[in-house]
Design a binder for this molecule. Structure first.
Ligand code: PEP
Length: 251
């Protein structure tokens, strides 16, 4: 991993103020692992109180609207996330693409809005099981990258790509290390072609059923710069095991 590894927890629609104690425990653990960049994307309702409760970890939104403000009932702008304490936002998660009909074009606009508001953007891509079985995993991901990435990469490290095979999310199934490495190398080649030198600062995260048992192997695959973690990020115990697995060896 060429950069400081980046481990991000996506809490999805889980958590109330009672979960702030867990966030504090994660924060203390992150402070003990200074070689790892740790973030949590809690529900938007918890961003502001969590920002008050933690010191070391970064906080992010799970989605943002492409517009800065306006008549968009129920939506949240990137600037609002920043105002509540976020420094990054996840865009194009497969649950948003599938359950909210988000297209590549929409994801690209959200990523651009995030960068414009000064947030980091974690742009999610990943194939379905049927697409992988049909031998189309790389072409699907390549098309998602082509359509979802912002034209301008922003400042170094502002754009992160998360490769999350849809069939691995929340299922306990993960691709082989060879398949993860193959896909991450292909994503790196796409980023290089698209952004040239700016690609060097971009991390590519793996996401999909990362847990304490498989984190070390997944994090050591080619071009894996960290992990986007769902279920296993909800408790400090399991999340911090993944954070420790990402910590650079001191040998
Ligand atoms: C996710 O939803 O981004 C995710 C990776 O979930 P899980 O770790 O639970 O598979």
């Amino acid at each position: 991993m060429p950069h400081r590894p980046y481990i991000v927890g996506n809490w999805k629609m889980n958590g109330t103020r009672a979960s702030l104690a867990e966030a504090r425990a994660i924060d203390r653990g992150a402070a003990r692992n200074p070689g790892v960049n740790v973030g949590i994307a809690p529900p938007a309702t918890l961003l502001a109180p969590m920002a008050e409760a933690v010191e070391t970890i970064s906080l992010g939104g799970q989605d943002c609207h492409a517009q800065a403000s306006g008549a968009f009932t129920g939506d949240i702008s990137a600037a609002m996330l920043a105002d509540a304490g976020a420094s990054f936002v996840i865009v194009g998660h497969s649950e948003r693409r599938l359950l909210h009909g988000e297209t590549n074009e929409m994801v690209k606009a959200k990523a651009a809005a995030a960068l414009a508001a000064g947030l980091g953007a974690i742009v999610c891509v990943g194939e379905t099981e049927a697409e992988r079985d049909a031998g189309k995993a790389e072409s699907v991901v390549s098309a998602q990258l082509a359509g979802s990435l912002p034209d301008d990469a922003g400042t170094p490290g502002q754009v992160t790509v998360a490769y999350e095979p849809v069939w691995a999310i929340g299922t306990g199934r993960v691709p082989s290390a060879v398949d993860v490495s193959t896909m991450h190398r292909a994503i790196r080649a796409t980023l290089e072609g698209r952004y040239g030198a700016a690609n060097a600062g971009m991390r590519i995260l793996y996401g999909g059923s990362v847990n304490a048992g498989n984190a070390a192997e997944l994090l050591h695959c080619d071009e894996v710069g960290g992990a986007l973690v769902g279920g296993a990020s909800l408790t400090a115990d399991s999340f911090l095991t993944i954070v420790s697995a990402a910590a650079p060896s001191t040998d």
